[in-house]
Design a protein around this ligand. Structure first.
Ligand code: HEM
Ligand SMILES: *[C@@H]1O[C@H](CO)[C@@H](O)[C@H](O)[C@H]1NC(C)=O
Ligand SMILES: *[C@@H]1O[C@H](CO)[C@@H](O)[C@H](O)[C@H]1NC(C)=O
Ligand SMILES: *[C@@H]1O[C@H](CO)[C@@H](O)[C@H](O)[C@H]1NC(C)=O
Length: 318
C-alpha cells in the first residue's frame, strides 16, 4: 500500500512536469482559432515571390536558419538597426548576403490586416521556410507554431553562432550540437544547399586551393570568381539543379562537386560519408530526415507564453 501511494505520488509529479514542459511547447494548431487564414495568405505570398524569382525560395529558407541559430527562433534576424539596437543584418554571415525581408514585410502587412498582432514574425519565418521548400519541389511537413518575437537581437551571437563555410566537419558537428541538433540533422539540413547561390568570397579558397574538388568544376567556377576581387559574384550551390529541391546536392558531394568547403566536409572520408551517399541514392530518406530536422531546428529556444511580443512590424519592436 505504501509502495502504491509512493508510486502514484511520483506519477502525479511526472504528470505535473509533463504539463509544465507541454505548456512551453509549440503546436501546429496555434492559430486555428485566432487566425485561420494565415496559412493561405502566407502560401500565396511565398508562391508569388518564388514565381517572380526562383532564388527567393532559397533566400527565405535561409532566413529561418539564421534566425534559429542566433538565440533561438525569435524573429531577431528581421530587426533593423536603430540608434539603440545593433541588429544581426550586418553581422559577417548576413552582411551583403541575407535577403527576402521585403517578402516578409508583405506577408506581415497582409496578416496584420486579417488578424492584427496575432501571428509572430518568428512563426512567419517557419511557415515561409516550409512553403519555400514545397514551392521548389521539396517535401512538406507540419509546422509547429506559437513562437513569440524577441525585443532584442545579437550582432555578436550572429557572428559567432552561425556556422562558417570554412569550417571542418568536427566544428560543424559541434556548431549544431551546441544548438541541440544531431549530426544527422547537420547533414540533412545541409541539403538545403540543393537550392540557392553563394558569393565568390565564400568559396574562393575552395576553387583555387583545395584538392578534393572536381578539377573541371573548379576551372569553370574560376571563370566567374576571380582569385582577387569579384567577392559578390554568384554561383549556384547545386550547379546541376539550382532551383529544384532534390537530392542532387548529395550526388554532387559524392562526385567531389560541393561548392563550399563546409559542404564537401560532409563527404571527405569522415563519419558522415555514409549518410551523404545514402541520401544521394535515396531522396525519400533525405526528405524524411530533412522534415524532421527542420522541425528540430524550428524548436530551438522559442519564446512562448508571455515572453517576448507579437511584433506589428517585423523590422522593429513594438
Ligand atoms: C552547415 C552549415 C552551413 C554553412 C557553413 C552555410 C553557409 C552558407 C553560405 C556561406 C552561403 C552563401 C551565402 C552568400 O554567399 O551570401 C549559404 C547559402 C545558403 N544556405 Fe547555408 N550554410 C549552412 C547550413 C544551412 C542550413 C541549415 C540551411 C537551411 C536549412 C541553409 C540554407 C541556405 C540557402 C537556402 C542558401 C542560399 C541562399 C540564397 O540563395 O539566397 N544553409 N550557406
Ligand atoms: C557591411 O557591408 C557594407 C558594404 O559592403 C560595408 O560598408 C559595411 O562595413 C559592412 N558592415 C559590417 C558591420 O561589416
Ligand atoms: C592559396 O594558397 C596560397 C598559398 O597558401 C595563398 O598564397 C593564396 O592566397 C591562396 N589563394 C586563395 C584564393 O585562397
Ligand atoms: C569532373 O566532372 C566532369 C563533368 O561532370 C566529368 O566529366 C569528370 O569525369 C569529372 N572528373 C573526375 C576526376 O571525376
Amino acid at each position: 500500500m505504501a509502495f502504491l501511494r509512493a508510486h502514484s505520488y511520483s506519477f502525479l509529479l511526472l504528470f505535473f512536469f509533463a504539463f509544465a514542459i507541454a505548456s512551453a511547447q509549440l503546436s501546429p494548431s496555434f492559430y486555428d482559432k485566432a487566425c485561420p487564414g494565415a496559412f493561405r495568405a502566407i502560401r500565396s505570398a511565398v508562391y508569388a515571390a518564388v514565381l517572380k524569382e526562383h532564388r527567393m525560395g532559397a533566400s527565405l529558407l535561409r532566413l529561418h536558419f539564421h534566425d534559429c541559430f542566433v538565440n533561438g527562433c525569435d524573429g531577431s534576424v528581421l530587426l533593423d538597426d536603430t540608434p539603440t539596437l545593433t541588429g544581426e543584418k550586418t553581422a559577417a554571415p548576413n552582411n551583403n548576403s541575407i535577403r527576402g525581408f521585403e517578402v516578409i514585410d508583405t506577408i506581415k502587412s497582409s496578416l496584420e490586416a486579417i488578424c492584427p498582432q496575432v501571428v509572430s514574425c518568428a512563426d512567419i519565418l517557419a511557415i515561409v521556410a516550409r512553403d519555400s521548400v514545397v514551392a521548389l519541389g521539396g517535401p512538406t511537413w507540419t509546422v509547429q507554431l506559437g513562437r513569440r518575437d524577441a525585443t532584442t537581437a545579437s550582432f555578436s551571437d550572429a557572428n559567432s553562432n552561425i556556422p562558417k563555410p570554412t569550417s571542418d566537419l568536427s566544428t560543424l558537428i559541434s556548431d549544431f550540437s551546441n544548438k541541440g541538433l544531431t549530426t544527422t540533422d547537420l547533414v540533412a539540413l545541409s541539403g538545403a544547399h540543393t537550392i540557392g547561390q553563394a558569393r565568390c568570397t565564400t568559396f574562393r579558397t575552395r576553387i583555387y586551393n583545395e584538392t578534393d574538388i572536381n578539377t573541371s568544376l573548379a576551372t569553370s567556377l574560376q571563370s566567374n570568381c576571380p582569385s582577387t576581387g569579384g567577392d559578390d559574384k554568384l554561383s549556384s550551390l547545386d550547379a546541376s539543379t539550382p532551383f529544384t529541391f532534390d537530392s542532387c546536392y548529395f550526388k554532387n558531394l559524392v562526385s567531389k562537386k560541393g561548392l563550399l568547403h563546409s559542404d564537401q566536409q560532409l563527404y571527405s572520408g569522415g563519419s558522415t560519408d555514409s549518410q551523404v551517399s545514402g541520401y544521394s541514392s535515396n531522396s525519400a530518406q533525405f526528405f524524411a530526415d530533412f522534415k524532421a530536422a527542420m522541425i528540430n531546428m524550428g524548436s530551438i529556444s522559442p519564446l512562448t507564453g508571455t515572453d517576448g511580443e507579437i511584433r506589428k512590424n517585423c523590422r522593429k519592436t513594438n
